[in-house]
Design a protein around this ligand. Structure first.
Ligand code: NAP
Length: 288
């Protein structure tokens, strides 16, 4: 059995890779030499290739029986994930563990490009008849806040997701679920909603971060206005991506209180990591 792992340096993928780096039967798809170096030593195989290049994809999936399928939110996401998934199926893969996203529910939500991309990929894989398909549907990642650690430490959690509450999830839990689904004799399969143990507002999340850091932290709302768009554009984010993120954040703002997914308990038989766990063992050390 060969397992192909995509995005092994990604937010979730790096933890999937860490769990599988000592196995002989794992192939890691890495785009660049710097990615090979970031991945570090593995017992299996490192395959240099681009998920959007049909030739690379055909060679990457040769002999693969199981696939961890992930891709960043990008204009090429649906093409890349669909191409990889269908090529793997053609090459004889039986199981795909796809990283998706939790669907928005409720009157205040609208179609958005992020969940739309996941829906499109999942529909193609289902139509193609993947024998064992697990679709991980995590809520918002706690690790999204790591790049803002310095300003959080100064007392401000600035974020445009509004005043609703949701089950912020630790990417280490998502990766553990992915690995369990990849390796199980009988995977749980189907849609697996993943969230943390509690539904938290951003004000509550800021307070938990503050408790771990030993100083007050408060949430400051960032309106989804022209200044927000201009800030992203100035950082080189494309207009397509800005529109997609606008739809995503509008849904975070509109959903109100998001339900909690039970996937961590269903697959791993334990409670998910909490925001306090994340703050203590990742956010605080990032500032040390
Ligand atoms: N952030 C959240 O709160 C959240 C919540 C729910 C769901 N999600 C979903 O999570 C997914 C992203 O997962 P993630 O954060 O684990 O991934 P990620 O960190 O966004 O993945 C980045 C990795 O993808 C690799 N990559 C990009 N384009 C590639 C290509 N054409 N060929 C090969 N490799 C390529 C990059 O390689 P290089 O290093 O070479 O560039 C990089 O290592 C998205 O689909 C998103 O919708 C996110």
């Amino acid at each position: 059995m060969t397992i192909l792992v995509t995005t092994p340096n990604g937010g979730v993928g790096r933890h999937v890779a860490a769990a599988l780096r000592d196995r002989e039967d794992v192939r890691f798809l890495v785009r660049s030499q710097s990615g090979v170096e970031a991945l570090g030593p593995v017992r299996g195989e490192v395959f240099r290739g681009d998920a959007t290049d049909a030739d690379d994809v055909r060679r990457a999936v040769a002999g693969v029986r199981r696939l961890y399928l992930a891709h960043p939110f990008a204009e090429d996401q649906v093409a890349a994930e669909t191409g990889l998934g269908l090529a793997a199926l053609d090459a004889g893969a039986r199981r795909i563990v796809k990283l998706g996203a939790r669907a928005f529910r409720g009157a205040g939500t609208v179609p958005d490009a992020v969940t739309g991309a996941h829906d499109a990929v999942t529909a193609r894989l289902r139509d193609a008849g993947v024998p064992e398909l697990s679709v991980l549907q995590p809520d918002r990642f706690l690790q999204n806040f790591l790049p803002a650690a310095a300003s959080i430490a100064e007392g401000t959690l600035a974020d445009p997701a509004g005043s609703g509450a949701r089950g912020y999830v630790d990417v280490r839990d998502i990766a553990e679920v992915a690995v369990a689904e990849l390796l199980a004799d009988r995977p749980v399969g189907g849609e697996i909603e993943l969230s943390g143990p509690d539904s938290l507002t951003l004000a509550e999340l800021a307070a938990q971060f503050g408790a771990a850091l030993g100083r007050p932290v408060r949430h400051v709302d960032v309106p989804l206005d022209e200044a927000w768009r201009a800030g992203l554009a100035a950082r080189g984010v494309s207009p397509w991506l800005v529109d997609g993120l606008h739809g995503l954040y509008a849904n975070y703002r509109g959903e109100g209180v998001a339900g909690l997914g039970d996937g961590v308990r269903r697959v791993l038989g334990r409670a998910p990591r909490s925001a306090a766990d994340f703050a203590a063992d990742q956010l605080a050390p990032a500032l040390a």
